[in-house]
Design a binder for this molecule. Structure first.
Ligand code: NAD
Length: 491
């Protein structure tokens, strides 16, 4: 099927204090499939960023003081509106994000779940009652912090923008969201339209957009401004490290979700249908541009040949091309920079002796589904994140060897193990240095109420359900003395 409506929606402006604000300049938002201009988007500077922060600060007392069930109602309304606007979002996922139609559909189903889970946390306990040495009423209560800055990436922008701001906002914080310059609509202005329609009070939710040229200025304002009490960042490890360091210097709370180099481990008793489909979905969904993508498949040597046969056969069926055709499951990479990075890793591996049982071709922003073998640790592709439709397959002999191969990277986001031996899988899972591990499933898993996050250079802090509450609330100790705590008589 061919989608012919590829035009962008009307871009209203920045969304600050419940108003659409025009800027003197706009920047090009490109369709990655053909490089055409999909939309022209407002270019914010530090000035507009400050305006958004001030609006969010003004809105905080009333929003945090609102009855919690009213905030839950708003979250449910947002979920309902996203469901209604699903087709607009899917079109943006295709023509702004360069994603396969089915990837857009997946996001539109996941986003309402996030807001429903956010509504539920409004009803969660807000603290604990502690025993007291002096018979006091001693409580540890969780309170919202104020303005939270949210910086989100382009690869799964609907989920990765809403996951950090939904729970945070539901608990009473106010938001300034800065989406990626690659997906300013899907990751930002789409939500602004939803918030306006849902009647969210002015200033509670603000969106500022800017190009890569202005991101340092806008980002610095967001991170350095003392009125911003916390930062939720999702993106690359290079940028995340810098932002985490700045937050550290300001003693500001931060939740930082970064890149990955995830392995799927296939044991000799694995169901091969399950193993090859988990590998194919994990490696090639959205051209491998998912932080939890399967980048390495570690296969027990006894089943290596069988696995390879099934995996190559499956992946050869994936068609690459312009995502206006729904049969093209593999779309373009998001930009030329990303395509050049993938090509550099493939060239390096080829020059050092890797073999390519499938693919290996790069044409502009399109990379063929690619499977590599004979990869050695001196190749860049062994340890560094690729973020393309590329899977390295390597045999192993013992479980200890598989664990060591999985851990041989600075990253530690997700992992997967395919086997019928649940006890052995749980034992292996204990030793994998990753924030998440999924037995008999792919590495790509995300449920709104579960703790999502990485170990090592894959991040700091967790999103999802009550873990988001911990990330963006302050715990306060509040006691009520009933006259029992004695003071030294000299006073
Ligand atoms: P990126 O780091 O280039 O950009 C992420 C965000 O940071 C964007 O909004 C960008 O505009 C902003 N940014 C860039 N420079 C900034 C600065 N100086 N100050 C403030 N903000 C700045 O990452 P990307 O290319 O958008 O995303 C891809 C990366 O994100 C991959 O490495 C991927 O693995 C990672 N990722 C991680 C997760 C996770 O949950 N762990 C999820 C998705 C993507």
């Amino acid at each position: 099927m061919l989608d012919t409506t590829t035009t962008a929606p009307n871009i209203n402006g920045l969304y600050i204090d419940g108003q659409w604000l025009q800027t003197s300049r706009r920047f090009d938002d490109l369709n990655p499939s053909d490089g055409s201009v999909w939309a022209r988007v407002p270019e914010a500077s530090a000035y507009e960023t400050r305006q958004a922060i001030e609006a969010a600060e003004r809105a905080f007392p009333k929003w945090s003081g609102l009855r919690f069930q009213k905030r839950a109602d708003y979250m449910l309304k947002i979920a309902e509106l996203i469901e209604k606007r699903a087709s607009d979002f899917v079109a943006a996922a295709q023509f702004e994000g360069g994603g396969w139609y089915g990837k857009g559909v997946y996001e539109t189903k996941a986003m309402p779940e996030i807001f429903k889970a956010a509504a539920a946390v409004c009803y969660a306990p807000v603290g604990e009652v502690l025993p007291s040495l002096h018979g006091k009423v001693s409580t540890a209560v969780r309170v919202p912090m104020g303005v939270i800055g949210v910086i989100s990436p382009w690869n799964v922008p609907g989920i990765l923008a809403s996951r950090p701001f939904s729970f945070t906002m539901a608990m009473g914080n106010t938001i300034v969201l800065k989406p990626s310059e690659e997906t300013p609509y899907m990751g930002g202005l789409f939500f602004a339209e939803i918030m306006e329609e849902a009647g969210i009070p002015p200033g509670v939710f603000n969106v500022i957009t800017c190009s890569r040229e202005s991101v340092a200025e806008v980002g610095d304002e967001l991170v350095d401004n003392p009125s911003v009490k916390g930062i939720a960042f999702t993106g690359s490890t290079a940028v995340g490290r810098r932002i985490a360091a700045k937050c550290g210097a300001h003693l500001k709370k931060a939740c930082i979700e970064l890149g990955g180099k995830d392995s799927l481990i296939v044991l000799e008793d694995a169901d091969m249908e399950r193993a090859t489909s988990a590998a194919s979905f994990g490696a090639f969904m959205h051209q491998g541009q998912v932080c939890m993508s399967v980048e390495k498949v570690l296969v027990q040597e006894k089943v290596y040949d069988t696995f390879m046969q099934g995996f190559v056969a499956r992946a050869s069926n994936l068609k690459a091309g312009n995502v206006a055709h729904r049969s093209n499951v593999i779309g373009p990479l998001i930009n030329d920079r990303q395509a050049a990075k993938v090509k550099r890793q493939l060239d390096d591996a080829r020059a050092k002796g890797a073999k390519f049982p499938l693919g290996g071709g790069v044409s502009g922003r399109f990379v063929e589904p690619t499977i590599l073998t004979h990869v050695t640790p001196d190749m860049e592709i062994w340890r560094d994140e690729t973020f393309g439709p590329v899977a390295v397959v390597t045999p192993f002999r013992t479980d200890a060897e598989a664990i060591a191969m999985n851990n041989d990277t600075e990253y530690g986001l997700s992992s997967g193990i395919i086997t019928q031996d649940e006890q052995r899988a749980m034992e292996i899972a204990q030793h994998l240095e990753t924030g998440m591990c999924h037995v008999n499933c792919s590495t790509i898993n995300d449920e709104a109420h579960a703790p999502f996050g990485g170990a090592k250079a894959s991040g700091l802090g967790r999103y999802g359900g009550r873990w988001s509450l911990e990330s963006f609330s302050e715990t306060r100790w509040i006691t009520l003395d009933r006259g029992q705590k004695p003071f030294p008589p000299v006073f």
